[in-house]
Write a protein that binds this ligand. Structure first.
Ligand code: ZN
Length: 381
C-alpha cells in the first residue's frame, strides 16, 4: 500500500512507490528530466528501469551520476552544466544523502548567480535565494540522512574538504517518493551506518536546547522506530516492515532536526573532513562519547530516550545509563567498529579545530569548548 503524507512536504510512501515518478512529472508538464544520482547507482539496473519508465511516457531523461560520499562543490558545478547541456526542465534526484544534497544544490544553482557557498547558512554577505528553483522529486535509496525532507545540504569545499551548510526553506523538495524496496540492496554495513545517522538525528534533535515539543515528539518516536527495526534491517535486508520502519525513522530524524543537532554531528563532520569517513559511520563512533559528555546537563532527557528504546528500568539514572548501554550494544550488534583507534596529537588537534568551527554544536544542550572536544575525541579512541 502506498500512503500519502503532506507533512513537511508531499511524501508518497510505500513499496512500489517508485512507479509514481513518471506520472508525477507528466502532471507537472515536465518534458526533459535530469536524473541526479550517486556514481555507484548510475550503472545499476534500478537506474536503467527508471530511465525506461520515463521514456515510456514520452519524457526525455538524461543522467548525471557524479555524486560521491562526502560530496564537494565541483560535483554541483558539473551537474548544473549537465542540466543546461540536456536542456532540462526538472530534476529527479535518486540516491543516498550525497546524491540528494548534490541534486538539491544543483537545483539551487541552475538559476542563481555566484557560487554555491555564496548561499551558505549564516553568512552576513550571503546572497538571497530569490530565483525560481526547478521542480524536483527526491527519491531516497538509503534510510539515514532524510535529506529528501530537509531544507539544507551539506557540501564540502573541494580544496579544504571542510563541510559547509547551505540552507533555505525553498530547498525542500516538493515531492518525495519513499519506496522502502529501493533500500533492499543496501549492504549490511551501509544499512547500519546510515541507520546510525537517522538515530543520531533523532537523538540530537531531542536533546537540542531550544523549546520545541513538536520536534521532541517526532524525535522520540523516530528513536523508537530505530530500536524496533535497525537490527532486523541489517540481518534481513528484504524485510519490508524493518526497511519501511527505518525509512520513516530517517524522515522523522530530518524533520525533528529542524530544531537543531548537536556535538555528535560536529565531531562527525570533522572526521569526514579529515579522514573522508562515511557520515553515518562517523556519527556511530561519536554518539556514545558525545552522550556521555551531555549527561552532565541532561540526564532526565537521556532517561526519556531510555524509555523510548524500552530500557527495563524506572529510575532516571538507570534509564540514562541504560540508554548509553543500548547505543553501545546496538553499534556492536549491527557490526560497526566500537572505537576510532589511536590518533596522534596533531591529528586530534586538527579534528578539534574543524569540530569547533562546525555550527551544529551551537544547539547542543551543553556548551562545548575546544578542551571538551579534545576530551570527547580522546574518549572515542
Ligand atoms: Zn547526519
Amino acid at each position: 500500500m502506498i500512503q500519502q503524507f503532506n507533512y513537511p512536504t508531499i511524501i508518497k510512501f510505500g513499496a512500489g512507490a517508485i512507479k509514481l515518478v513518471p506520472q508525477s512529472l507528466k502532471q507537472r508538464g515536465a518534458k526533459r528530466p535530469l536524473i541526479v544520482t550517486d556514481r555507484d547507482l548510475a550503472v545499476t539496473p534500478m537506474l536503467g528501469d527508471l530511465q525506461l519508465s520515463l521514456s515510456q511516457v514520452g519524457l526525455i531523461p538524461a543522467v548525471f551520476g557524479g555524486a560521491t560520499s562526502n560530496p564537494v562543490e565541483t560535483q554541483v558545478k558539473e551537474g548544473v552544466a549537465a542540466y543546461h547541456e540536456h536542456g532540462g526542465d526538472c530534476l529527479v534526484i535518486i540516491g543516498g544523502g550525497a546524491a540528494l544534497d548534490v541534486g538539491k544544490s544543483i537545483a539551487l544553482m541552475i538559476n542563481h548567480p555566484g557560487n554555491l557557498f555564496n548561499y551558505e547558512e549564516g553568512r552576513s554577505d550571503g546572497r538571497p535565494v530569490d530565483q525560481p528553483i526547478p521542480y524536483m522529486i527526491a527519491v531516497p535509496t538509503t534510510a539515514g540522512t532524510g535529506s529528501e525532507v530537509g531544507r539544507s545540504m551539506v557540501i564540502a569545499d573541494a580544496v579544504s574538504h571542510v563541510k559547509r551548510i547551505i540552507f533555505d526553506p525553498k530547498l525542500l523538495p516538493p515531492l518525495v517518493i519513499a519506496d522502502p524496496e529501493l533500500t533492499y540492496g543496501l549492504p549490511a554495513a551501509m544499512t547500519a551506518a546510515v541507520g546510525f545517522d537517522a538515530l543520531t538525528h533523532n537523538v540530537e534533535a531531542f536533546l537540542a536546547h531550544e523549546w520545541h515539543p513538536i520536534a521532541d515528539g517526532i524525535a522520540l518516536e523516530g528513536v523508537r522506530l530505530v530500536a524496533l527495526n535497525l537490527l532486523t534491517a541489517v540481518r534481513e535486508p528484504t524485510n519490508l516492515t524493518a526497511r519501511a520502519g527505518m525509512q520513516m525513522a530517517s524522515i522523522m530524524g530530518a524533520v525533528a532536526s529542524q530544531k537543531g543537532l548537536g556535538v555528535t554531528h560536529s565531531c562527525a563532520h570533522a572526521l569526514s573532513s579529515v579522514f573522508d569517513t562515511h557520515h553515518g559511520l562517523a556519527n556511530a563512533m561519536m554518539l556514545e562519547p558525545c552522550m556521555e559528555f551531555n549527561r552532565a546537563c541532561c540526564e532526565e532527557r537521556l532517561a526519556r530516550l531510555g524509555q523510548a528504546v524500552m530500557v527495563p528500568a524506572t529510575s532516571t539514572s538507570e534509564l540514562a545509563t541504560g540508554f548509553l548501554r543500548w547505543v553501545r550494544a546496538l553499534k556492536h550488534d549491527v557490526g560497526l567498529p566500537p572505537r576510532l583507534g589511536t590518533l596522534d596529537a596533531a591529528t586530534t588537534a586538527r579534528l578539534v579545530e574543524v569540530a569547533a568551527a562546525d555550527p551544529c554544536h551551537t544547539s547542543n544542550p551543553r556548551p562545548v569548548s575546544r578542551d571538551d572536544f579534545g576530551h570527547i575525541f580522546a574518549n572515542a579512541m
